[in-house]
Design a protein around this ligand. Structure first.
Ligand code: BV8
Length: 230
């Protein structure tokens, strides 16, 4: 079995069967809260307590969630090939499922940041804007989450991994948010094989060489088996 170099982009769909809401599915997170109010720096400026409430609620949900078979299958894949998991998710279910090489490109519920000096630290379960920054003492605490209009984390590392990859997979993402949604086009341009694993075809489905449709807790272990049992 040749050792593959695999870049995997995951989205909210991989955590859906763990009970965490997606964004754009029926009744998803964006159905109840306007993106502009809770996932933009302007929204945080306008009403920091609303934004903290939104992320405190999701931090509490995420703390109750368990990894599902898709998360644990990707951890098993890491043991057989060179794998980088680039997740848009802010939950820690990949790590809870045993994955070691996870890059949170849209930040993490487990981290807090100072809006004044950009210091980062482990987030408490409940955050308020008046929590003093442990470095500069400013009362400007925010979730360490990448909001719309903000620079995602790890883009250099992601582009370097794509440039030497043999396989790119997108799992449980609707392909609506850039630059993440552009990774498949970049992979194809570089001649990397691409596969989409989703409950329904995403906005960029036509860009993929292969598509596997169904719930992640069955489609991801099936896909991993094709790469570990040869
Ligand atoms: C940036 C915060 C500059 C974290 C999020 C016009 C055109 C192109 C781009 C833009 C534009 N106008 C503005 C932009 C840029 C903007 C953007 O892309 N907007 C879109 C909406 C048009 N992007 C940005 O602002 C980004 N920053 O561009 O900075 C820059 C650019 C390049 C280089 C340097 C700098 C910042 C984007 C990050 C924003 N933060 N959230 C949080 O609150 O969680 S985005 C949010 O959407 C989440 O992070 C989430 O991860 C992400 C993507 O959503 P998905 O994960 O795909 O979830 P979704 O609900 O959409 O889909 C669920 C999928 O799961 C579906 O496909 C469904 O079928 C599937 N599914 C469901 N159940 C299952 C399942 N699959 C399998 N099994 C199941 N059981």
């Amino acid at each position: 079995m040749a050792r593959e170099r695999i870049v995997i982009l995951t989205g909210a769909g991989i955590s859906a069967e763990s009970g965490l809401g997606t964004f754009r599915d029926q009744g998803g997170l964006w159905a109840e809260h306007r993106v502009e109010d809770v996932a933009t720096p302007e929204g945080f400026e306008r009403d920091p307590e609303l934004v903290h409430w939104f992320y405190n609620m999701r931090r509490a949900e995420a703390a109750k969630a368990a990894p599902n078979a898709a998360h644990t299958a990707l951890a098993a894949l890491e043991r057989a090939h060179d794998v980088l998991i680039v997740t848009q998710n802010v939950d820690a279910l990949h790590e809870a499922g045993g994955a070691q090489n996870v890059l949170h490109m849209h930040g993490s519920l487990a981290r807090a940041k100072c809006a004044t000096c950009a210091a980062e630290w482990d987030a408490p379960m409940v955050m308020t804007v008046s929590d003093p920054c442990p470095v500069c003492a400013a009362q400007a605490t925010r979730p360490d989450i990448v909001w719309f209009g903000e620079m995602p984390y790890g883009l250099d590392e992601i582009n370097a991994a794509l440039s030497t990859a043999t396989l790119f997979a997108a799992i449980g993402t609707s392909g609506n948010v850039y630059p993440a949604a552009g990774f498949v086009a970049e992979a194809s341009r570089l001649g990397v094989r691409t596969v989409e694993i989703n409950l329904a075809p995403s906005a960029g489905a036509a860009l993929f060489d292969e598509t596997r449709i169904g719930p992640a807790s069955t489609t991801v272990p099936d896909w991993v088996a094709t790469l570990t049992q040869r």
